[in-house]
Design a protein around this ligand. Structure first.
Ligand code: ADE
Length: 249
């Protein structure tokens, strides 16, 4: 639900989302709250009570647009959508939220604009989600981002069926993915770690786990859930981090 459906033209016509749409794996519909206004100027915003800068989205068109979607779902015999208001004041989006959303048949992402929506309309939504601790000029980039993360979770949407389980495995577990290398084996004096070249799959798996653990520790120690790590994880980290120094970049 957006005042600017044109915003999504390129992201939804590109790459994995476009392919998923073409293959009938996902469908997108756009509803513009401006179509649910009654005045000549199709007004969706107004001045804030109490003063202050910025405008506020009026609650009426928000409710009418939501009711329209709910009625349409009911008429089609579909379950009502999970309604999500995108706002920097919302709960921070995590991979586990993406997985939870991906289990729904329908999801409605409401892209706010101006300063905020009238606070009385917030109770119309099931969830309030922020995509990060920064302020965007509207909810559209947040909606495109969530759509991308959701489409990746649809079975068959990715070319390689393992890609999603691997990256989500890491993130859902609170770990970074391991670093990746491709040819050439040496580039600008930097060599691909030997372990990735010798075809020993057990060692490769161990190496990748070690790198995921070490990189998470270095950059996002807050993600790491120590209690979830196994004895083997500690051994792997010790082996690679403390004993073995050719771990690459
Ligand atoms: N709208 C503006 N900023 C936002 C953010 N960080 N997340 C979600 N929606 C937003």
């Amino acid at each position: 639900m957006t005042l600017f459906p044109g915003y999504f033209e390129t992201p939804f016509a590109t790459s994995i989302i476009a392919r998923a749409k073409k293959g009938g794996l996902v469908e997108f519909d756009f509803v513009d709250p401006r179509d649910f206004t009654a005045d000549r100027h199709r007004t969706v915003d107004d001045y804030p009570y109490g003063g202050g800068c910025g405008m506020v989205m009026k609650p009426g068109p928000v409710k009418s647009a939501l009711d329209f979607v709910k009625q349409r779902c009911a008429a089609a015999g579909a379950e009502p959508p999970l309604t999500v208001y995108l706002t920097p004041q919302g709960e921070l989006l995590k991979q586990k939220t993406v997985v939870e959303f991906s289990e729904r048949e329908h999801i409605l992402l409401f892209c706010g604009h101006y300063e905020d929506i009238d606070c009385r309309a917030r109770s119309l939504f099931d969830r309030e989600i922020s995509v990060g601790d920064y302020v965007l000029s509207g909810g559209e980039p947040a909606a495109a981002l969530i759509a991308d993360a959701l489409v990746r979770k649809i079975p068959g949407a990715l070319g390689n069926p393992e890609s999603s389980t691997e990256d989500s495995f890491s993130k859902e577990e609170g770990l970074f993915d391991c670093p990746h290398y491709t040819r050439p084996p040496e580039w600008e004096g930097k060599r691909v770690p030997d372990v990735l070249l010798n075809g020993d799959h057990k060692k490769i798996t161990e190496y990748r786990r070690a790198r995921a653990l070490i990189n998470t520790m270095r950059v996002r120690p807050d993600l790491l859930k120590i209690e979830r790590l196994s004895e083997e994880d500690f051994k792997i980290v010790k082996r690679y981090f403390l004993d073995y120094h050719d771990i690459g970049d």
